[in-house]
Ligand binder design. Structure first.
Ligand code: TYC
Length: 101
């Protein structure tokens, strides 16, 4: 008999973390008309008229409002498109993104 000890094969444990989600944030400004903000929220984020109005009004009164939460790529694409919609119409409307937590 040999003295070589054979240890059990180590188990490989794979842990898959969920991708971190990112918030799209609407930022208030003094120039973009309220109706235009509501229109962009409806067309770019597919929210209802009343949800869009609530989000717009929260940003208007508090400075910012979270619009929605997506994976990083989707959040950045939507924020860019929505910001461009404002710029294409001569408004400084701004959507930013930040990681959740
Ligand atoms: N504050 C703008 C106004 O009085 C309306 C507005 C609301 C603009 C929200 C941007 O994110 C915004 N016309």
């Amino acid at each position: 008999m040999s003295d070589i000890k054979i240890s059990p094969t180590p188990k490989v444990v794979t842990k898959t973390e969920r991708p971190r989600l990112h918030k799209v944030i609407l930022v208030n400004d003094d120039f973009t008309p309220r109706d235009f903000v509501v229109k962009v929220l409806k067309s770019e984020f597919r929210v209802s008229e009343s949800q869009a109005h609530q989000v717009m009004y929260t940003a208007h009164t508090r400075g910012t409002c979270v619009v929605a939460v997506y994976t990083k790529d989707v959040a950045e694409t939507r924020a860019t498109r929505a910001t461009e919609a404002g710029r294409n119409n001569g408004y400084p409307l701004l959507f930013t993104t930040e990681p959740e937590q």
